[in-house]
Design a protein around this ligand. Structure first.
Ligand code: IPD
Ligand code: CA
Ligand code: CA
Length: 271
């Protein structure tokens, strides 16, 4: 088995540095531009954090490929690829809501090797190496993560999110939300897919689903969930495989079928 310790430590330092950059901007009046829709925007901090991460990763791992939300891209011969979400939870960040993170993942031949999710407001750093478990480092203490043991939807706290075309598309997760709400203890919409997954790994959420995700939203969080004993599949139940666009269910395993069955009661419109 490959020893990823040095790679992980290097990437954690980069994620922490990017987190500090975000904290410099957090709470200030910030400028932003819209992207795919009127509610999808990018701030100067998304861009500067991605620049910093890309610069540091390229210098530490010059051969590795990169895919970043704000345009970072390198597609050479390497088997390795970093997936970068420099600021997951941009809407929260821009509104001064302290729920956002940096998400970094390393894949080898499309298989997750390392996942890092750093929440700078709480100084919570979630990490995983394939085959070696998932951990949370907070206040100098490192604890191993395990998914919850909740066995029924009625007792479950489930997370989800809505796509940036929610104002215009019929496929905006509202019907699924209605179906799920009738089955569960509670639903949360934190505004950060990466944190939603980290919280499934930590047993804070029992499950999570979302449509129209991007690779960088979930690349790290999926490994955290898997290494904490959970399960991640596409919404049709097939095993997780990284792709540019994704619709996923993540859970503590026990309630996975129930989430899938509940979502399947709702027909998904084409657009
Ligand atoms: C978004 C967040 C949100 C999810 C969206 C993502 P961003 O990422 O993760 O929770 O619902 O699908 O695009 O734009 O804040 O990096
Ligand atoms: Ca994101
Ligand atoms: Ca982002």
């Amino acid at each position: 088995m490959q020893d990823y310790t040095v790679t992980l430590n290097t990437a954690v330092a980069i994620a922490r540095e990017a987190g500090a950059l975000l904290m410099d901007g957090f709470g200030r009046t910030i400028s932003f531009e819209t992207k795919s829709s009127a509610v999808d925007f990018v701030t100067e901090y998304d861009k500067s954090a991605e620049k910093l991460i890309t610069k540091r990763l390229t210098s530490a791992f010059p051969a590795h490929n990169l895919v970043g939300e704000e345009g970072a891209s390198k597609n050479g011969d390497s088997d390795y690829c970093w997936y970068i979400d420099p600021l997951d939870g941009t809407n929260n960040f821009a509104h001064g809501l302290p729920v956002f993170c940096v998400s970094l993942a390393l894949y080898k031949n499309n298989q997750p090797q390392i996942g890092i999710i750093y929440q700078p407001v709480l100084d919570e750093c979630f990490t995983a190496i394939t085959g070696q478990g998932a951990y949370l480092e907070r206040g100098g203490k490192r604890t191993r993560l395990a998914v919850s043991t909740t066995a029924s939807l009625t007792q479950s706290l489930i997370a989800t999110g809505f796509p940036y075309d929610h104002q215009t598309s019929a496929h905006n997760n509202v019907a699924q939300l209605g179906a799920m709400l009738r089955q569960v203890q509670g639903i949360r919409r934190a505004g950060s897919a990466a944190l939603d997954l980290a919280y499934v790994a930590a047993g804070r959420h029992d499950g999570y689903w979302e449509f129209k995700l991007h690779s960088w939203d979930v690349a790290a969080g999926v490994l955290l969930v898997q290494e904490a004993g959970g399960l991640v599949t596409h919404v049709d139940g097939t095993p997780y495989q990284i792709a540019p666009r994704l619709a996923l269910i993540a859970s503590n395993k026990r309630i996975h079928d129930a989430i899938q069955t509940t979502l399947a009661t709702v027909a998904i419109p084409d657009s």
